[in-house]
Design a protein around this ligand. Sequence first.
Ligand code: DUC
Ligand code: ZN
Ligand code: ZN
Length: 465
Amino acid sequence: MLITGGTVIGPSGAVKNDVLVDGETIAAIFAPGQGPSEGVQIVDATGKYVIPGAIDAHTHMQMPFGGTEASDTFDTGTKAAAIGGTTTIIDFAIQRYGEVVQDGLAAWHAKTEGACHIDYGFHMILGGVDDDALKAMDYLVANEGITSFKLFMAYPGVFYSDDGQILRAMQRARENGALIMMHAENGPAIDVLVKQALERGETDPYYHGVTRPQELEAEATSRAIWLAAVAADCPLYIVHLSASKALEQVRNARDLGRNVFAETCPQYLYLTLEDQLGAPGFEGAKWVCSTPLRSKNESHRADLWQGLRTNDLSVVSTDHCPFCMKDQKEMGLGDFSKIPNGIGSVEHRVDLLYQGVVDGKLSLARWVETIATTPARMFGLYPRKGVIAPGSDADIVLYDPNGRTRISVETHHMNMDYSAWEGWEIDGKVDTVISRGEVISAGGEYTGRAGRGKYLRRGLSDYLL
Ligand code: DUC
Ligand code: ZN
Ligand code: ZN
């Protein structure tokens, strides 16, 4: 297959080149018109951007949470991702407190059996850090291609780890080369605020945001950063960073040369406490996620865009964790603390971030870097994924900058009965999606299938020192 006439975008910029694909991999890059003209299937990319298939490094398909389960299966969720230009996801397998880590992992492999439309890897959530879990970390890094572990400073009684447990896991990661991913919110303090709010009768979804103030994200972020310092500068990756004060902690650490990284998500770049979470009645439940949406009257969104430009924020993931309004979000009618936490955006991240390019907030190169190249490097998938180069998997998206995308529950492919982005119009459109050399989506027609996605054993992060 020869992809001709397009502009190839990578972290170093945009170049007009032709891309030759042989089987599942990229074989060669040619100056325009210099590639073979016979014996190849020509894919005309004139006027399109040719970008590496995007990598969503933070998804929760079928995640049990808050008494229910995230509504996308690996089948529905990875199909939606593919249509939106994402050709790899890294989902979170879960070890619950008291459970054997390998059993949690086996349960996740069972969920993906025959289901995935695109390639996928796993991080491991550790819900209980003890001697066995620490040994299991070594095993997963050495044998299972799982090189990143998520810990929670929030959700006491569910996923929460105390500071001693966090320190032990970080010390172990420092030894075995794994990356610690942190949900940085002070859970015990949040629980006090939630109880007080409910006692005052503040039960609407809006109060989910009010009871998780940015100070408690910043405090936890700072504490995680210092615990990592005590663990001999264990590499640390803050997930779903939402707020200016938390970003300040990451920026300060990075300015000191620390091994600290962070991601943000589209919802924090665009949506707000007042306009979405504060929507009338129970409507705001659609946007209940943690960390929460922040106030439009503060500088969060501008600061996050700036953080993406300056690389204080390295990655944009979705934290895709969809729940339907009916029967799921509705569990929290009359009590916001019972609304399952999560927003679904796995289908829209490529487009939503391209809007940042159109708006002059990101360069084309940085768009590709934050949604594809850096996630590949951060999570041990580079150069197999995240770049258009000879030898890499032929995961390629043709993006039409002149197209237009309108987001709606009527047209999306995620298994959700609403869209968090209903009515949004974006300048730009995913035109063609190629996964390991196979065109799985073109001009609105989907030709992929469940089960074609492969499990990815990941290496260590490229950013480890
Ligand atoms: N945040 C969410 O919004 N959902 C799942 C877990 C999390 O940390
Ligand atoms: Zn989290
Ligand atoms: Zn998450």
